[in-house]
Design a protein around this ligand. Structure first.
Ligand code: TYD
Length: 208
């Protein structure tokens, strides 16, 4: 892999999407080659898988099915778009990657680390992120800022206890992978967070 793989992670309402957009604008105005995408989604097939996963009518979906669908969507995105871009030497930014599966499916759903690791080993074939930025704000404060959950999104409706487990899952991952996962205080202003993102990625030599 000649390029750099950067992933963004965090709980619902952590401000990740805003920061993705600001980073995109920064890379465009500074003329840097990049691919920006999101999970689940980013390809025609992965977007179809996304709509199955997030559909609030799919209440009977079992946790294992959910985890495997995320892994399938990831595999398609990786092979169709991410790996070719990395081979071309581009910067690739993904809004969520396999750490989301560890935080949500392994920790919060309770499937356990080994199940999710096994499913993802098939899916990603060792494509590890060069850096993962964790937008660190706890779910209570994130939802407060956002003004409540999105009533059309099955995952957002899962309840506070679930989202606290997701947050604790992320904290456990940070302890497990302290070199790769870097936290940024996501309770700061949008501009302050953006400046931290840019300084961090510049200091690693991933962007200019
Ligand atoms: P999305 O609307 O994109 O949420 P956000 O803007 O917070 O990223 O929906 C993605 C949802 O899927 C979100 O609730 C997190 C969840 N998810 C998992 O549970 N496991 C995964 O592996 C991924 C990629 C996402």
């Amino acid at each position: 892999m000649k390029g750099k793989l950067i992933t963004f992670e965090g709980c619902e309402g952590c401000g990740k999407s805003t920061q993705v957009r600001l980073l995109q604008e920064y890379l465009q105005t500074t003329n840097q080659q990049f691919l920006m995408t999101r999970e689940p989604g980013g390809t025609k097939i992965s977007e179809k898988i996304r709509s199955i996963i997030l559909d609030k009518d799919n209440k009977e979906m079992v946790d294992e099915c959910e985890a495997l669908l995320y892994a399938s969507s990831r595999c398609q995105l990786l092979k169709e778009r991410v790996l070719p871009a990395l081979d071309r030497g581009e910067i690739v930014i993904i809004d969520r990657y396999y750490d989301s599966s560890f935080a949500y499916q392994a920790y919060a759903r309770g499937l356990g680390y080994d199940f999710v690791a096994a499913a993802n080993n098939f899916a990603i074939n060792n494509a590890q992120p060069d850096i993962t930025i964790f937008f660190d704000i706890d779910p209570y404060h994130a939802f407060l800022r956002k003004g409540g959950a999105d009533s059309t999104d099955r995952l957002e409706l899962a309840g506070m206890e679930f989202h606290n487990k997701v947050y604790n899952g992320y904290r456990a991952l940070m302890e497990k992978f302290p070199q790769r996962i870097i936290a940024i205080d996501a309770s700061m202003s949008v501009d302050a967070i953006h400046n931290d993102v840019i300084s961090l990625l510049k200091s690693k030599g991933f962007i200019q």
